[in-house]
Design a binder for this molecule. Structure first.
Ligand code: FMN
Length: 164
């Protein structure tokens, strides 16, 4: 059985519930980054989730614990990211925090999986997007909460394929 870890940061609970749904699909419990230790960053597949706050910033608990990711040895490890944001209220910084996590994981040598199409979203710009692809799963419980569960379900299936 592959060792899957889901680590999230969440201020008002939206990312926490997405993390719980993702973790349940792998039969594990999600870890709040506020309580995470270096050991939590050791996994066959590491799934990291953050909402975006301020203007394009990491969620507070992630900001406080970002050293754990910056020091993790992720060489050749599978990492996937997800983010919660508001594509209409914060169209210029939609899910930026997910892009920040992806960038840091890549800097540590991770193999990033789980990119998704950015078609059909109403944002105008995001550091999590390149060539019409998000670096991970972009969710929006402010405007499209009805799509969250199906987006998670499809995404989890693609991640499971990578695990073999
Ligand atoms: C003050 C404030 C700033 C925000 N800034 C952004 C932002 O820059 N980009 C974005 O996509 N969403 C932004 N959001 C939306 C939140 O990321 C969104 O509500 C998210 O679902 C919160 O998730 P959480 O409850 O897990 O923290 C902001 C929300 C607030 C209240």
């Amino acid at each position: 059985m592959a060792n899957v870890k889901v680590i999230f940061g969440s201020t008002t609970g939206a990312t926490e519930s997405a993390a719980a749904e993702i973790a349940a699909a792998f039969g594990v419990a999600a870890v709040n980054v506020a309580n995470a230790t270096a050991d939590d960053f050791k996994a066959d597949l590491l799934i990291l989730g953050s909402s975006t706050w301020g203007l394009g910033e990491l969620q507070d608990d992630w900001a406080a614990k970002i050293g754990l990711l910056e020091q993790a040895d992720l060489k050749g490890k599978l990492v996937a990211v997800f983010g919660l944001g508001d594509q209409s209220g914060f169209a210029d910084t939609y899910c930026d925090a997910m892009g920040i996590l992806a960038q840091k994981a890549k800097e540590r040598g991770a193999l990033l999986i789980g990119q998704t199409s950015a078609e059909g979203y109403g944002h105008s710009s995001s550091v999590a997007e390149e060539n019409k692809l998000f670096c991970g799963l972009a969710l929006d419980d402010n405007n499209e909460s009805e799509k969250t569960s199906s987006r998670i379900g499809a995404w989890v299936e693609t991640l499971k394929h990578h695990l073999g």
